[in-house]
Design a protein around this ligand. Structure first.
Ligand code: IPE
Ligand code: IPE
Ligand code: MG
Length: 247
């Protein structure tokens, strides 16, 4: 941990928390036990990121595609989510964390929508880390939604299509106002994006680990950050140019 350079930590960390089911299946346990363990990991990682001074932490908790899972698993996940939201408000207040959700919130059961509204409202005045849960979230759906809203404005004569640029488009996404992720971590050995933050990850550093999410811990996080700090983010330029640029 000590070898981490605090000034070179990602400003925005995004995580695809994967492998809960396999973690449980390997131990002959129900998949939901893996999800329960996964929630404990969320607590640990949220607290650690906040302690390290990460400004934005975005966690993929439930994808738009995850609705296709067996009804019993979806139900159990929603119940866990509700419990998590209730229990976490206190801890978020203690750590000055601001809570946020991206995704199609209206797909979620009404009681969960209420818990979300409450958590957002209660933590709105905090100025520590912004914790964003992606719930019923899909990157393509988000892009289509942004395109639709800009098209509607143009059709209503409120917007000249020529004015649309990357900045405006980005501001029409659920992540408006947030910087793009610097680092994406995906656990469980899968090496895909699974429709997460397609627009926003354009220049993120990608880090994949074999560790399943329930086994991911502070040390694994530090390992990911160390790896990130060894990367050279060139953004299309050459190494030489970066070295000459005043930092
Ligand atoms: C990630 O773990 C949690 C969610 C997608 C909700 P999985 O449930 O996808 O675990 P695996 O991939 O089946 O092991
Ligand atoms: C991605 O994991 C979604 C979340 C972590 C919430 P999945 O396990 O659903 O991804 P795929 O379907 O295997 O790509
Ligand atoms: Mg999975």
């Amino acid at each position: 941990m000590d070898s981490l350079k605090p000034e070179r930590l990602p400003v925005h960390l995004a995580v695809i928390m994967d492998g809960n089911g396999r973690w449980a299946e390997k131990r002959m346990l129900q998949r939901i036990v893996g999800h329960q363990k996964g929630v404990e990991t969320v607590r640990v990682i949220v607290e650690e990121c906040s302690r390290l001074g990460i400004r934005y932490l975005t966690l993929f908790a439930f994808s738009a595609e995850n609705w296709l899972r067996p009804k019993t698993e979806v139900k159990a996940l929603m119940a866990l989510l509700k419990k998590f939201l209730r229990a976490e408000i206190k801890r978020m207040m203690l750590n000055g964390i601001r809570f946020n959700v991206i995704g199609n919130r209206s797909d979620l059961p009404p009681d969960i929508q209420n818990e979300i509204d409450l958590a957002i409202e209660k933590t709105a005045g905090n100025n520590g880390m912004l914790l964003t849960l992606a719930l019923s979230y899909g990157g393509r759906q988000e892009i289509v939604c942004a395109a639709k809203s800009l098209a509607a404005e143009a059709a209503a004569g409120k917007l000249d299509p020529e004015q649309i640029d990357e900045r405006m488009f980005g501001s029409s996404l659920h992540t408006a106002g947030m910087p793009d992720p610097d680092l994406l971590i995906r656990t469980s050995g899968e090496m895909r994006i699974s429709n997460f933050l397609l627009w926003q990850l354009a220049y993120a550093e990608l880090y994949f680990t074999e560790v399943n999410w329930p086994d991911f811990d502070r040390n694994e996080l530090a390992r990911a950050f160390r790896d990130y700090q060894s990367r050279e983010r060139r953004f299309g330029m050459t190494s030489d140019q970066l070295r000459k640029e005043p930092s």
